[in-house]
Write a protein that binds this ligand. Structure first.
Ligand code: GLV
Length: 317
């Protein structure tokens, strides 16, 4: 390890995790509870050997150049890394790491929370009650959809989708999935996206954000879904065309949607905000104390390994 390497950390991490970094590095920590500004990032990254960042910070050539040639690692505290320009990092020999595995269980649990909350109309019910509009128990009040016997369609079949699929039997759901890479998921049926959209009762998105998956769910895709179907997005916001989704929900092309991620976080498309049949959650899929601590810890382990001349634990492919 170079004598006292320096690291910029763009958000407060659990103190035990920060202590590990502080023991080995000169740490510059952005302590405010909101994301570091672009201007501050560009200034403070200068001369750093390592950068620990979140998905809220675009890390592009300008940031890498502002850092300088001594920068060795960009450690993202997230499994998704669409905020990082990998080619620019590669061109400068900067290692990029993410935080896979440690958040799989939390994200899978959360996907089920959305599936259950949406199909049983928990958001709508709570809004009605808090607004003082509940008139009392009624046989036909706010009926939802039962999961038993229905098909869960998973778009993408990485670690999180597999963990979601693993829990489907507990709710009596069959699983379909579309994925070009994985050919065999025990107990689940692989099918083309169009067929999955047309036959699933719940469609849940688990793809990385790439040019190919941007607006994968657009007006055309929504028209292929069942009018009784529900859409869940815990992947990345731009995978869904929010304007098209608002249209589809308004026109009752699908029964409902639950979103944890948005095209321009923290901004949510205004047309979605007024709709009852959409559950809107502020990007919380991995937000448990245990998981967020493990994510921060893994990012710091990656930094310490690379600064010590060892291979990172979880490099981005
Ligand atoms: C959260 O969205 C993550 O990618 O970890």
């Amino acid at each position: 390890m170079p004598s006292t390497p320096s690291v910029l950390v763009t958000r407060r991490l659990p103190s035990a995790v920060l202590a590990r970094l502080e023991a080995a590095c000169a740490m510059d920590l952005h302590t405010e509870p909101i994301a570091i500004t672009r201007e501050s990032l560009l200034t403070r990254v200068a001369g750093k050997d390592a950068l620990v960042c979140l998905l809220t910070e675009p890390i592009d050539a300008a940031v890498l150049d502002a850092a300088g040639p001594q920068l060795k690692i960009v450690a993202n505290v997230a499994v998704g890394y669409n905020n990082i320009d990998l080619a620019a990092c590669r061109a400068r020999n900067v290692v990029v790491t993410n935080t896979p595995d440690v958040l799989t269980n939390a994200c899978a649990d959360f996907t089920w929370a959305l599936i259950l909350g949406l199909t049983r109309r928990l958001g709508e019910g709570e809004r009605e009650l808090r607004a003082g509009k509940w008139k009392g128990w009624a046989l036909d009040h706010m009926l939802g959809m039962e999961l038993r016997g229905k098909q869960l369609g998973l778009v993408g079949m990485g670690r999180i989708a597999r963990a979601v699929a693993d829990k489907a039997a507990a709710f009596g759901m069959s699983v379909a999935y579309t994925d070009q890479v994985v050919s065999d998921v025990p107990g689940a049926t692989s099918m083309p996206l169009d067929r999955l959209l047309a036959t699933s009762d719940v469609v849940s998105l688990h793809v990385n954000l790439t040019p190919a998956t941007t607006h994968l769910i657009d007006q055309k895709a929504l028209t292929k879904m069942r009018r009784t179907a529900y859409l869940i997005n815990t992947s990345r916001g731009p995978v869904v065309d929010e304007a098209a989704l608002a249209w589809g929900l308004r026109e009752r092309l699908i029964a409902g949607a639950a979103l944890d991620v948005y095209e321009k976080e923290p901004v949510v498309h205004a047309d979605l905000l007024g709709l009852e049949n959409v559950m809107l959650i502020p990007h919380l899929a991995s937000a448990t104390t245990e998981t967020r601590t493990a994510m921060a810890d893994l990012a710091v382990s990656n930094v310490l390994a690379v600064l010590d001349g060892r291979p990172p634990l979880t490099p981005v492919a």
